[in-house]
Design a protein around this ligand. Structure first.
Ligand code: GLP
Length: 240
């Protein structure tokens, strides 16, 4: 894992968008793993600008999103599908037919997760996986646990994650369950880019970068990956 401390979220977005633009210009049918949350939003803004300037086309990429809530309509404003169309897919030439999300309303979560894993494998694996990090060190919705997860699965969200994400729900009530890619899926990506910005991430960044590698801090697994880049701003890196 390579940790880079940059001044602020804007500089991080510049660096991360550049890596994605270069990756897609070398391989137009790249398989991209996308994340939701506030952390990747400035990067998505720069990707949209690059698209509008004619410097990026996403029409041949296949996308896999990390996670999705269970039990809310796919088109609800809080769904991660809505988030991605609002912030990136709907503003660029991403082909909606090549976009993949876990279906949080599937009748059988286990079958849905196995199907998603099959789709990732059939797409040839993920070339670049973008990640944020939870204040408790979670990646995707892989919460602190006694073991590292592998393929997609259904998860019960922790109170701390529900608290962090309650700002996106008008009544403050976050769903209890979500479907998420496993840590194994993330680790099988050929390149991983994690973005950590703001003071609230400082403990997670410290544990991820300097603590022991443990499923109690799922992001610490990235230290075992040959091409994982972590971008932290000064506030998120302040305990290092
Ligand atoms: C959510 C998402 C994660 C995301 C994390 C951090 O729980 N499931 O994928 O990385 O929040 O979000 P933010 O970037 O808003 O801090």
């Amino acid at each position: 894992m390579d940790l880079k401390v940059l001044e602020d979220a804007g500089q991080i977005a510049q660096a991360v968008s550049q890596i994605i633009i270069e990756g897609v210009s070398k391989k137009s049918n790249s398989v991209l793993g996308f994340a939701t949350g506030a952390s990747p939003v400035p990067t998505y803004e720069l990707l949209v600008r690059a698209y509008k300037r004619g410097e990026l086309s996403l029409k041949d990429v296949t996308t896999f999103n990390l996670d999705e809530y269970c039990g809310i309509p796919a088109d609800a404003p809080q769904s991660y599908r809505s988030f991605m169309f609002e912030n990136l897919f709907g503003l660029t030439d991403v082909d909606p037919e090549k976009v993949n999300f876990l279906n949080g309303n599937a009748p059988d979560y286990e079958a849905e997760c196995l199907d998603y894993e099959g789709k990732i494998v059939r797409a040839g694996g993920i070339d670049i996986q973008l990640l944020g990090v939870g204040t408790n060190g979670h990646i995707g919705f892989n919460e602190p646990s006694d073991f590292f997860t592998d393929i997609p699965f259904a998860v019960t969200l922790t109170e701390s994650t529900k608290r962090s994400n309650s700002k996106y729900f008008p009544d403050g009530r976050v769903p209890d369950y979500a479907l998420t890619m496993g840590v194994g899926d993330i680790m099988r990506a050929r390149k991983i880019i994690l973005i950590a910005t703001g003071e609230s991430k400082k403990n997670a960044v410290k544990t991820m970068a300097e603590g022991i590698i443990t499923p109690q801090c799922p992001a610490s697994a990235l230290r075992l990956h040959p091409d994982a880049l972590v971008f932290a701003d000064r506030d998120a890196a302040s305990l290092l």
